[in-house]
Write a protein that binds this ligand. Structure first.
Ligand code: SAM
Length: 374
């Protein structure tokens, strides 16, 4: 396995290096205070093993400790560490493991990082999983958010939100056109008339919406043509691009210690940042070569193109409540869903008027079975 070998240079581009081997060893060779941004998605902590060697969620923090120490050493005082990390479900239970929150606390309290800001990456195309809790027993909602911890070595990492502005929403555009009457809001906030200045674009929130739906990219075609398995846990180009833009300048150094298919390298190269990606598994780097072959890669095509008239510039999150019509609906399972309910057979939903008159008329006829072995 490459863990035990001395890391070697696998490929070099104009601005970057792919290293094959254990990133801990690569980090140890890196000069102190030489890296501007560590942008990475480590293997997630899982309760079941996946093919690229995930770490058990219970042991996650201890596993990450040496990486945290090594990353802290190589970062400049102005530098940042951005970690995309998904949560995990406890095995056989509809409850969440706490490992990614524990990691955050440990990085700050034991390794001296500062939490510059917590981000939430919403993948609007995420399937409703885990099916057992979400679509079968219907006792949880779908898990479509990864946490993205933006940490820094000092409280003052270099950053500018001007690099990641987004278009005004249709309602803000309307407000800018019609003008805003300066007044105190019900929340108590005093909104001055500066609020209606058109600054050309809006400051984004810390919720980032990117569907992870790559299906016909140059990278995937390259893997297919060369009989290589595409990396199973890639993040979309826009995610590293967001932070590379906001937190680094051209010629700065970006490091991804869990490089995978080297998307961080590809984006860095396109944005004229120097980069290093380290990866343990050679096959993943073999596929990553396709990102740097002339005429391949995303070449910026991964970016959403802005058409001011296109509603598709936005992902819409419905306001909760827009389907609530006063119906009582089926009763909540007294046992919290421990007993598996076969498809509930519901009487036809009463009309709104029927509901108002006789909410108890809503009858649930459910066949109950106990599920063994889940
Ligand atoms: C979640 S994946 C990263 C995927 C990557 N962000 C992408 O979009 O292609 C994590 C990667 O870290 C690699 N890895 C795990 N431990 C490593 C180590 N000690 N050194 C280098 N790579 C490691 C795994 O092989 C896996 O490919």
């Amino acid at each position: 396995m490459n863990e035990n070998k001395i890391p070697r240079l696998y490929h070099r581009t104009e601005l970057g290096k792919m290293m094959l081997g254990d990133s801990l060893k690569v980090l140890k060779k890196q000069a102190p205070a030489s890296v501007d941004l560590v942008m990475t998605s480590p293997p997630f902590g899982l309760v079941r093993k996946k093919e690229y060697g995930n770490v058990a969620a219970d042991d996650y923090c201890e596993w990450f400790d040496p990486f945290a120490e090594a990353i802290h050493r190589v970062l400049k005082d102005t530098g940042s560490l951005v970690i995309d990390i998904g949560g995990a479900w406890n095995q056989g239970l509809p409850t969440r493991h706490l490992y990614h929150f524990k990691l955050l606390i440990r990085l700050c309290e034991q390794h001296g990082f500062h939490l510059a800001q917590d981000f939430y990456w919403w993948n609007p195309s995420k399937l409703p999983t885990p099916a057992e809790w979400v679509t079968v027993r219907r006792i949880r909602v779908k898990d479509a958010i990864n946490t993205v911890w933006w940490l820094s070595k000092t409280p003052w990492p270099k950053a500018s939100n001007r690099r990641v502005l987004q278009p005004y929403s249709p309602s803000m555009k309307e407000l800018l056109e019609k003008g805003y009457q300066a007044k105190k809001r019900p929340s108590g906030h005093d909104i001055s008339d500066k609020f209606s200045n058109d600054n050309g674009a809006a400051i984004p929130p810390n919720l980032i919406a990117i569907p992870n739906t790559e299906s016909n990219s140059a990278y995937l075609r390259y893997c297919q043509e060369h009989g290589l398995t595409a990396h199973p846990a890639r993040f979309p180009a826009e995610l590293p691009e967001y932070f590379i833009r906001m937190l680094t300048d051209p010629n700065d150094l970006v490091f991804d210690p869990f490089g995978g298919s080297c998307i961080t390298g590809e984006v860095s190269e396109r944005l004229k940042r120097r980069w290093i990606c380290a990866e343990l598994i050679e096959d993943y780097l073999a596929g990553a070569l396709g990102r740097f072959e002339l005429g391949r890669g995303t070449n910026g095509k991964g970016q959403a193109s802005y058409n001011p008239d296109n509603q598709g510039n936005y992902y819409q999150v419905p306001r909760p409540g827009i389907l609530w019509n006063g119906a009582v609906g089926d009763l909540l399972p007294e046992d919290g869903g421990r007993t598996r309910t076969k498809k509930p057979i519901l009487e036809p939903a009463p009309t709104e008027q029927e509901n108002i008159d006789a909410p108890e008329a809503f009858i649930l006829v459910a066949a109950q079975t106990t599920l063994d072995g889940f």
